[in-house]
Design a protein around this ligand. Structure first.
Ligand SMILES: *Cc1c(COP(=O)(O)O)cnc(C)c1O
Length: 399
């Protein structure tokens, strides 16, 4: 079939809740993917960070196949020889005390929200039904009804109400507004250390540190959504380290699945996850042994191949080189580590149009927020691959 025919099948029989570029990918390896006609592209989206390790990483692939040969899914009525080790490895790596495993990112967000509400009632003694959770404008935490209910993007909400209550929105990066929003009924503050979908927004210096102090002083749990920023993407294992913060709970997803499977987790430092008892919460596929084996391999590769340090070095290099182009259409390069966004000046070709041009040159990218070209390549990227990408970027942004 031609790429047009594949696209037509998708638009005819699938649901058009996305508007993808018409590149039909058939294969991937490392930072590269190939379309059905055999054209090669460098993947600078990497599934929004789900492919930090690159496509089809050989060690993760090996773990995947070996576990698939043994057992993949076991009912949560029984234990497995993969879940316990992954819980421990996650906790050891991140300095957490307890973990819970889910599948998609938003499921882990919902898990954190349920845990912090229950914590609020049990431990903070908030009157039943009154717990509040504070979130930020420009947030992206996924697509369930509760989570879109506190989105500030109207399109995400339009037509999907009514929404659950108990959420307050404050401006991102504004400690004063956070302080004013906290009441005795506030159980948690949910925030992304850097907003990805919102447009690669890095908050003002010290925001997270001040927010963490404020939360600690007010007995409010700080919940960091590190689904996109976590596991090396920003040049630190967790983005909270940039502000020397230790959140009460950290939410991981995307790259925890090593580019193979959806694997998400909530990792808690304090007493938060202790509120769950048998039957309180769950997921059929959460912590399945195949996902756990893949998650374990993903963590092992991250450490063994020193991917966090690579992301820090390579991200700084990419940022410097793109800034160095002094392109008249680039307003600035946003982001941190390998979570970058090129902000386009008004009156220039749109970010969508620039993505189309980059894709034509063999560089897969897409937009974030508005007017921003997202650059989030796999963090395994080496110097030669970065050079290849920069040549294409230069060509498009200098033209
Ligand atoms: C992608 C993302 C999510 C949602 O993850 P899904 O796996 O799509 O449910 C939540 N929060 C952040 C910060 C994300 O980037």
């Amino acid at each position: 079939m031609t790429q047009e025919e594949y696209a037509r099948l998708e638009t005819t029989y699938g649901t058009n809740n996305y508007k993808p570029f018409d590149v039909v990918i058939a294969r991937g390896k490392g930072v590269w993917v190939w379309d059905t006609d055999g054209n090669r592209y460098l993947d600078c989206v990497s599934a929004y960070g789900a492919v930090n390790h690159g496509h089809c990483h050989p060690k993760i692939h090996k773990a995947f196949v070996e576990q698939a040969d043994k057992v993949s899914i076991v009912s949560r009525a029984f234990r497995t020889d993969q879940a316990g080790p992954l819980y421990k490895e996650l906790c050891d790596l991140t300095g957490s005390r307890r973990a819970i495993l889910m599948n998609s990112g938003v499921e882990a967000v919902e898990t954190a929200l349920k845990a912090v509400r229950k914590w609020g009632y049990q431990k903070k003694k908030i009157p039943e039904g009154k717990a509040e959770i504070i979130v930020c404008s420009g947030n992206f935490h996924g697509r369930t009804i509760a989570v879109i209910g506190f989105s500030s993007v109207e399109k995400y909400r339009q037509g999907f109400g009514p929404f659950p209550g108990g959420f307050k929105v404050v401006p991102y990066g504004d400690v004063k507004a956070l302080k004013e929003a906290i009441t005795p009924a506030t159980a948690g503050f949910l925030v992304e250390p850097i907003q990805g979908e919102g447009g690669m927004n890095v908050p003002p210096d010290g925001f997270l540190r001040e927010a963490a102090k404020l939360c600690a002083a007010s007995n409010v749990c700080l919940l960091l959504d590190e689904i996109q920023t976590g596991l090396g993407r920003t040049g630190k294992l967790l983005a909270e380290e940039h502000d020397a913060v230790k959140a009460d709970a950290v939410i991981l997803g995307k790259s925890l699945g090593g580019g193979f499977l959806p694997v998400s987790a909530v990792l808690a430092r304090g007493e938060i996850l202790d509120v769950f008892g048998p039957g309180d919460h769950g997921s059929t596929f959460g912590a399945n042994p195949l996902a756990c084996a893949v998650g374990r391999a993903a963590l092992k590769v991250l450490v063994e191949e020193e991917l966090v340090a690579n992301a820090a070095r390579m991200g700084a290099h990419l940022k410097k080189e793109i800034e160095g182009l002094s392109s008249p259409i680039v307003k600035r390069v946003k982001g941190r580590g390998m979570m970058l966004g090129i902000e386009i000046v008004p009156d220039a070709p749109s970010a969508e149009e620039l993505c189309t041009r980059l894709i034509r040159e063999g560089l897969l990218c897409n937009t974030a927020g508005s007017g921003i070209v997202r650059l989030t390549p796999p963090i395994v990227m080496d110097d030669e691959e970065a050079g290849w990408a920069l040549e294409r970027i230069q060509k498009v942004f200098k033209a």
